[in-house]
Ligand binder design. Structure first.
Ligand code: M6R
Length: 600
């Protein structure tokens, strides 16, 4: 989703801003722009399309030590050069970039800007025109900025330039993520640390309703009322090489291949001195104090939550409900007396999940966030955090975060079960080790998955994923992976549910990808495959060793039955990857999608 960068210092800002925007490309965007400021004023360059297109129009001869930049993922107004940020006030004095959604922009437009000719369809332009208006009424730029912020309803991360003060970037944040990065002779602004890792690894988090006056020497954080806030910086523990593709053609493929390594890292991070798995005692107590657990998540993280429910119910014997975050806020079920909320989010920034977190905290409930990003909003605002340790996930399609989420959920269930004196019947450290080895075998079988993709998916317009029990949940994830990157219409179904309607869609050659990794339902899922095959479908069965038959397309190595999602998903990730490649899709940056969905 939209990304912001800003630089103020002694160097020429253009290249720093453009490189920063390239690092934010993974978030998803449809247009981009930069504004640079020197003694001659502010120059804006913006373009629909990729950063590479923007680079082509930036005037190389302009030298400026201050600038802001933006990648836009359209919400208000189509993707276009006019709607791209930065936006300028009609006087040309103020130039601004914004992430988030201004919910009352229409009201503000009618109330304050009747006579102002707006250039774009965006909610953002309202902000910059309001600042101009208040300055014309006699306020200083800083006062006008503050006054404007008090009128805004919704979410924003803002960086503002004032052409009459080229020594300052004005910054503000509410709900949308924003960081300030510190340097010796410069300071920066960024939606995430990755963008500005090129110049600094020292960052200060900003909280909602704070504003920051950034100069090259100083970063002054204040509340909207002007009270000074002091906050220590933290070191972003990111390795620049973690965010490079290396020799891989796509981040997605690199991240799929990283999964065995991530499994081993998770085991190591969650092992205590005695090699037993361990998590913070406070979290275990919160689990044990709960009479019901509510897992809240979106997309792939929601699918991981469905698998997590199986673990927590079967291993730790606590009832669990799993909810889509965008629904939960408006359609809250009757809660149990002692609920514990678990938020699962790779980015830790998903606005739909954050909205639920805010309301359950207001209701006085405890919350645990499982996330890949330390210091992310969902991590900061929950009572407890469990980290995924998966390393940055750049491809929009989530892969290693999904398996990391499932592994961490299995550890949470195991440690809770043990604290309740429940017997597991297996050693999770060993079982996860077997999973990591099995993942390696699958990652080494790419050619077979490329063949499957070409045999089943090269020309189809739709595909169905079926499974029963835990395989059904993995099927949902397989369908999401395939549709988001290859644009093949794909749906996941419970095997037994097809005949209640969806089987009407089966035509000659319709691909059915069936998962058969569970002994208890092996015969029934195979029965469902026969039903669709009899109606012309083209079945591709992925089974587990020990349950295989001759008709299967691929047999995954044997692992503990409960943990099969950790490996049965890898064929689905790779099949989706190759299907997208065959169709010449932009694998890492699928159309219309954003990595970090920071608007509700
Ligand atoms: O960062 P989050 O885990 O909260 O993101 C949730 C979804 O937006 C995300 O999983 C999305 O569905 C991915 N594109 C799936 O590959």
């Amino acid at each position: 989703m939209c990304g912001i960068v800003g630089y103020i210092g002694n160097q020429d800002s253009k290249e720093i801003l453009l490189k920063g925007l390239e690092k934010l490309e993974y978030r998803g965007y449809d247009s981009a722009g930069i504004a640079v400021m020197n003694d001659n004023g502010v120059q804006v360059f913006k373009e629909k399309g990729r950063i590479a297109d923007l680079r082509n129009i930036v005037d190389e001869d302009v030298m400026a030590n201050t600038g802001i930049g933006h990648t836009r993922w359209a919400t208000h107004g189509v993707p276009s050069t006019v709607n791209a940020h930065p936006h300028q006030s009609n006087s040309g004095r103020f130039t601004l970039v914004h992430n988030g959604v201004i919910e009352n922009y229409d009201i503000l437009k009618r109330e304050y800007l009747q006579g102002v000719a707006l250039k774009s369809d965006t909610d953002t332009e309202i902000i910059v025109q309001l600042i101009d208006l208040f300055v014309n009424e006699g306020f200083t730029a800083e006062e006008a900025f503050r006054k404007t912020l008090t009128h805004l309803k919704g979410s924003y991360a803002i960086a503002l330039l004032d052409a009459e003060n080229n020594e300052t970037i004005f910054v503000a944040k509410n709900k949308s993520p924003l960081l300030v990065g510190l340097g010796e002779t410069f300071n920066v602004v960024a939606s995430d640390a990755m963008a500005m890792l090129q110049v600094t690894d020292q960052y200060v988090e900003l909280m909602d309703k704070e504003i920051v006056i950034v100069t090259k020497e100083e970063v002054k954080i204040q509340t909207l009322n002007g009270e000074e806030i002091s906050r220590d910086p933290y070191t972003a523990e990111l390795d620049a090489s973690d965010i490079e593709k290396g020799t891989y053609p796509h981040y997605m493929l690199k991240e799929i291949d990283e999964q065995p390594l991530v499994m081993r890292k998770i085991i190591q991070k969650y092992q205590g001195d005695n090699e037993e798995l361990t998590i913070d005692q406070e979290i275990v107590e919160a689990m044990n104090n709960a009479d019901r657990i509510y897992i809240i998540a979106a997309g792939t993280s929601y699918h991981a939550g469905l698998v997590g429910k199986q673990f927590i119910e079967k291993i730790a014997e606590i009832p669990v409900e799993v909810h889509i975050s965008s629904e939960f806020g408006y359609n809250m079920p009757l809660l149990s007396k002692k609920p514990l909320f678990i938020f699962i989010s790779q980015s830790g920034e998903t606005a739909d999940s954050r909205a639920v977190l805010v309301s359950v905290k207001e209701m006085g409930h405890k919350a645990l966030t499982i996330t890949n990003v330390p210091g992310s909003t969902l991590s900061r605002e929950a009572d407890y955090t469990l980290l995924l340790h998966a390393g940055p996930e750049i491809a929009v399609a989530s892969t290693k975060a999904y398996t990391a989420q499932i592994a961490v959920l299995s550890i949470l269930a195991e440690v809770t079960a043990k604290s309740r004196g429940l017997e597991l019947g297996f050693n999770l450290v060993q079982e996860l080790g077997i999973v990591a080895n099995a993942m390696e075998v699958l990652c080494d079988s790419k050619e077979e998955f490329e063949d499957i993709a070409s045999k089943f998916l090269s020309t189809t317009r739709n595909a169905f994923f079926i499974g029963r029990g835990i395989d059904f949940y993995v099927g949902l994830e397989g369908a999401l992976k395939l549709k988001e990157i290859s644009y093949i219409q794909a749906e996941g179904f419970a095997g037994g549910e097809l005949k209640h309607g969806t089987i009407a869609l089966i035509e000659n050659g319709t691909p059915i990808i069936a998962l058969a990794t569970q002994e208890s339902v092996n015969l029934s899922i195979r029965g469902n495959v026969k039903e669709v095959a009899a109606r012309g479908a083209n079945p591709c069965i992925i089974s587990m060793k020990g349950l295989e038959t001759e008709e299967d397309s691929f047999i995954i190595p044997e692992v503990n039955e409960l943990l099969t999602p950790l490996i049965s998903v890898i064929p689905l990730q790779l099949i989706s990857y190759y299907a997208a490649l065959h169709r010449e899709c932009d694998v890492d940056k699928p159309r219309n999608l954003a990595k970090s969905v920071t608007v509700e």
